[in-house]
Design a protein around this ligand. Structure first.
Ligand code: KG4
Ligand code: ZN
Length: 362
């Protein structure tokens, strides 16, 4: 059994896992503490993590009926995330490993989101094989990327946002429209109320570039200009359409770039992970695309797995434990706030990899 810890952003999370099974998962959200500031404040996050990390771990152990003696290792998120928030989890993990003489496993938070569709409950459900090769669509508040996943521990980012993440764009759009944080669920609700119609047709950036990269910051500027050109009354009567058109532009961009990546790689399985992945409109668009193109779509089997949690970190930890990927010097493990998944430096490098890994028909 593994104890997993994640304090990368604004949730204090611990879990006990065994292989791919989650025996317990505890998440303490700080969202109410950050809401009054309109976003996540690092110093507030640090204080809240420090206060809650011990009780959250105790609760995870208790819920799983497990004691420290039953553990085989501790897995902890080392990045990406807020430096002073990550530090709280890492220091706690280091202390436990030294006290209990346990190996420590360092996990990339995005690896957690990547594995989230394959996490099981305590009974081992759902049973899902890994149907490699796959493309994972990871969309959260800090990241938006397409990952070509060819074997359990082999994955490469093949496309990513060059500026704002999809969730960040939705959060900023909500702010421009006068709403609070987080903006994603608010935009989703407003858009649904007008049937997700696309009245304003904001530009879809970077569609002409052959890469699978995306950009969302110009879109935010388009929304800002549109809102500035309206009176307060006009804006208020068009809030739903502004939100809906913005959301359509974000999701349409993702879908078009994804379509290109799938055509190029010929993969037949698509996965979805990250906070934006709970969005019903995004799911509907992906489902429709998958059905029309004979592609399997895997989403996280339980809702909590879309958001930040330690269970997904523990599952990655299990695979790293099997591969003997421990931290060599526990005391010197440090956070890496800008850690990213492996990625190619050039398009040529990327297409060589894809030709080798995935059967590409030119
Ligand atoms: O994965 P996550 O919980 O944390 C990060 O690692 O970033 O993602 C948080 C992001 C926020 O930007 C939030 O606005 C977005 O997920 N989000 C949504 C929805 N619920 C949360 N975006 C669109 N629709 C939603 N229903
Ligand atoms: Zn996350």
């Amino acid at each position: 059994m593994i104890l997993a810890i994640d304090t990368s952003c604004d949730e204090t999370a611990a879990a006990i896992v065994q292989g791919r099974r989650v025996l317990s998962s505890v998440v303490f959200s700080q969202i109410h503490e950050h809401q009054q500031w309109g976003g996540v404040v690092p110093s507030v996050a640090k204080r809240a993590h420090t206060q809650r990390i011990e009780p959250v771990i105790e609760q995870a152990l208790r819920k799983a009926h497990v004691s420290y003696r039953d553990l085989k290792a501790v897995a902890v998120t080392i990045g990406p995330g807020l430096a002073i928030a990550l530090e709280v989890g890492i220091k706690t993990a280091q202390r436990i490993c030294m006290e209990q003489r346990l190996p420590l496993i360092a996990v990339n938070h995005m690896e957690g989101h990547l594995f989230s569709p394959f996490v099981q409950n305590s009974r081992g459900n759902p049973v899902r094989e890994f149907p490699f090769p796959m493309i994972a669509v990871l969309v959260s508040g800090g990241h938006s990327e397409f990952v070509l996943w060819t074997d359990t521990m082999k994955y490469e980012v093949i496309g990513r946002t060059v500026d704002d993440a999809a969730g960040e764009a939705l959060d900023k759009a909500a702010k421009i429209l006068g709403f609070g944080y987080p903006g994603g669920p608010i935009i989703e609700r407003l858009a649904a109320e007008v049937g997700n119609r696309d009245l304003y047709q904001f530009p879809r950036p970077m569609l002409r570039s052959p890469s699978f990269d995306m950009s969302f910051s110009g879109l935010k500027t388009s929304l800002l200009y549109q809102v500035r050109s309206m009176t307060e009354d006009q804006k208020n009567t068009k809030l739903h359409d502004l939100a809906s058109s913005f959301q359509e532009a974000v999701f349409d961009t993702i879908l078009r770039k994804l379509t290109r990546a799938i055509r190029k790689t010929k993969v037949q399985t698509l996965t979805l992970g990250g906070g934006v992945g709970v969005n019903a409109r995004l799911r509907a668009l992906l489902r429709r695309y998958a059905r029309a193109n004979d592609i399997n779509l895997y989403t996280p089997p339980f809702k909590y797995l879309n958001f930040d949690n330690a269970a997904m970190i523990g599952i990655v930890g299990s695979y790293k434990l099997d591969a003997h990927q421990y931290v060599a010097d526990i005391a010197s493990l440090d956070r890496i706030p800008r850690l990213s998944l492996p990625a190619f430096q050039t398009i040529a490098e990327q297409s060589r990899f894809m030709k080798k890994r995935v059967l590409m028909k030119s």
